[in-house]
Structures are given as structure tokens and as C-alpha cells.
Design a protein around this ligand. Structure first.
Ligand code: ATP
Length: 313
């Protein structure tokens, strides 16, 4: 991949707050149009990393470029060219849909603002409701409008920090359809998330704990990187099967998917011994299977407790 295709290309990004190193020599390379997911426990440094990449926070060490600009010397230029949506991002509820978009047009000092607002309204399918107060929109629509507002200046890079926290799954799907459309147009997206249904939307995933990247791979390779083995367990009394398997040595993931329990772990022998515990149960059966991204996600998100609130690594 030629360097000029990299929208983000940073090395060794480090940030300290007091005596805590919250981001520790972080490298990141993102080609155009990629959707890059950041997973990790609370406090692992995801937000701090995103803020350094987009020029909102100065790193203590490290170097590189974002959108072709130097992350240290040209942070203003970067800031003006990214869309940034945080969990706390909010619209003006007592302004209309149109007024909210106009506000962002002015914020970014854009020419041809009216045309951009009209285009955004048409894209959203909200042209007929432009005068409606933003506060009267449903949660999902508010989210879509907020995204359109972040994208009004047509940035090439979109940074999403837990963008759909507290939004229902249907609204999350609609939101992600929009992200996919932007990606198809060449917008690169960096997203930190705690949700499995968001993680599966990402092309590539970085798993971060204690400010360090522990895994960084295309989403399809994450399960093999984690190295989980799995059994699908069936039984007439699934509750009893779950009780027997829960906490058994070797069981690192236990998740019910409808009428089956997926039990996974990295030590296949220990796992096979654990699965023996369902022997004798009516309808009891255990079949080997290859765990996918969903099981890997559950494993990763349960592995480390909140960072920096507990004892540390
Ligand atoms: N301005 C600051 N001053 C001091 N400490 C900070 C500051 N910003 C972040 N931190 C600390 O740095 C650590 C990493 O925080 P960060 O918000 O980057 O993590 P995160 O992975 O995004 O967490 P979450 O998933 O909860 O959003 C935390 O311990 C946090 O308390």
C-alpha cells in the first residue's frame, strides 16, 4: 500500500496524565475508506488516542500524519477537516432540523452553506420536515441528524467515540448503514465502541488495554488471533446446562444464542473436560465449532476489568 493512500499514519503516539501513561507508543495506519474499530475496557485510552489523531490533544511523544498533515505542527488544519462525534454530542433541541444544520455550516465557516444544508436534508430524507424541532425527533433520527451535522463540511475522516451509546439496536443499524455509505464514498472512519453489533461492522479492529494495542487485525482474522476453541451445547434443560458449565475451568466464554450455548476457551483440552459436565442431561450434546467474531468480542470485552480504576496489569 502506497503511503499516500494512508489517511492516518502515526507512530509512537504517547500521552501521559501526571504519572500515568494512558496511551503508550501507539502506531496506527488507516487507508482511505476503512472502518476501523477500537475495542477495549473503560479507561484503556481509546478516546485519548482518537483525540491525539485528530489534533485535539497534543501527544507527549510520537509523530506522523493525519489527512496528510503533521499531527504535531498542523493540528488546526486536521481539526478543521475531520468530523468528530462523541457520546456527549448533542443537537439544539429547541432549534429546527434545518437550523441545527445551519449552525454547523456557520461553525465551519462554509461557503455555499444553504446548498450543503439542502443536500444534507435530502440525503437524510428530511427535506419535508426541515422546520420540525430537532427535540421532537426519535432517538434514532436525532442520531442520524447529529451524524449529518458532523459531516456537513464533507470531511474525509470521521471519528466516532461511542456514537450510539444508549441508542436502540434498530437505530444503531440505520446509523451504520449511513456510515457504510460514507465509507463507500471514501470516508475513513475510526470508531470506539462497546457494542458487538458495531464491532462486526468494522473492517479492521484494534483491541486496546492499558494504553497499548494488544491486537490489530482485519475483523475476519480476529477470532484466530484470539485463538478460541468452541463447543455448541444443546440440552433440553438449557438452564441446568448453563449452571454446570458456568465457571468451569477452561470456559472463558459462555453465551446463549437462542436454544444453544456457545462455550469457548483457549485451552481445548480443558474446554472438552468442562463440556463433559453436561453428560447425562436429557438431550445433552456438545459439538465442536469455530468461534467467530462474536465470541471473540465477548472474550475480549470480559478479559480485562476497567483499566486504571483497578489494580492495573
Ligand atoms: N484530561 C485528563 N486528565 C487526566 N486523566 C485523564 C484525562 N483524560 C483521560 N484521562 C485518563 O486517561 C485514561 C484513559 O482515558 P480514555 O478516556 O482515553 O479511555 P477510553 O478507553 O476512551 O475509556 P472509555 O471507554 O470509558 O471512554 C483514563 O484513566 C482517564 O481517566
Amino acid at each position: 500500500m502506497a503511503d499516500r493512500e494512508l489517511v492516518i499514519d502515526v507512530r509512537g503516539l504517547t500521552k501521559r496524565f501526571g504519572d500515568k501513561t494512558v496511551v503508550d507508543h501507539f502506531d496506527l495506519a488507516a487507508p482511505r475508506g476503512l472502518i476501523y474499530g477500537f475495542l477495549g475496557p473503560n479507561g484503556s485510552g481509546k478516546t485519548t488516542t482518537i483525540r491525539m489523531v485528530c489534533g485535539l490533544l497534543r501527544p507527549d511523544a510520537g509523530s506522523g500524519t493525519c489527512l496528510g498533515y503533521d499531527v504535531l505542527a498542523e493540528s488546526r488544519k486536521i481539526k478543521a477537516r475531520v468530523g468528530y462525534m462523541t457520546q456527549r454530542f448533542s443537537l439544539y433541541e429547541d432549534l429546527s432540523i434545518r437550523e441545527n444544520l445551519e449552525f454547523f455550516v456557520r461553525l465551519y465557516g462554509m461557503d455555499r452553506g444553504r446548498r450543503r444544508v439542502d443536500a444534507a436534508l435530502a440525503e437524510l430524507g428530511l427535506s419535508g420536515r426541515a422546520k420540525q424541532l430537532a427535540g421532537r425527533l426519535s432517538g434514532g433520527w436525532k442520531q442520524r441528524l447529529a451524524l449529518a451535522a458532523c459531516m456537513i463540511h464533507e470531511p474525509e475522516l470521521l471519528l466516532l467515540d461511542e456514537p450510539t451509546a444508549g441508542v436502540d439496536p434498530k437505530a444503531r443499524r440505520d446509523f451504520w448503514d449511513a456510515i457504510r455509505q460514507y465509507a463507500a464514498q471514501g470516508v475513513t472512519t475510526l470508531v470506539s465502541t462497546h457494542y458487538m453489533d458495531e464491532a462486526v461492522q468494522c473492517d479492521r479492529i484494534a483491541y486496546i488495554a492499558y494504553g497499548k494495542k494488544l491486537i490489530d487485525a482485519p475483523s475476519r482474522d480476529i477470532p484466530s488471533q484470539v485463538g478460541l476453541k468452541g463447543f455448541k451445547v444443546h440440552a433440553d434443560d438449557l438452564d441446568e446446562a448453563e449452571r454446570r458449565l458456568k465457571g468451569a475451568p477452561g470456559v472463558e466464554v459462555l453465551a446463549r444464542f437462542g436454544v444453544v450455548i456457545h462455550v469457548c476457551g483457549r485451552d481445548v483440552r480443558a474446554l472438552a473436560r468442562a463440556v463433559e459436565r453436561i453428560r447425562g442431561l436429557e438431550g445433552g450434546r456438545a459439538d465442536r465449532f469455530e468461534p467467530g467474531l462474536e465470541e471473540a468480542f465477548i472474550f475480549l470485552m470480559s478479559e480485562v476489568a476497567d483499566n486504571f480504576n483497578g489494580a492495573g496489569p
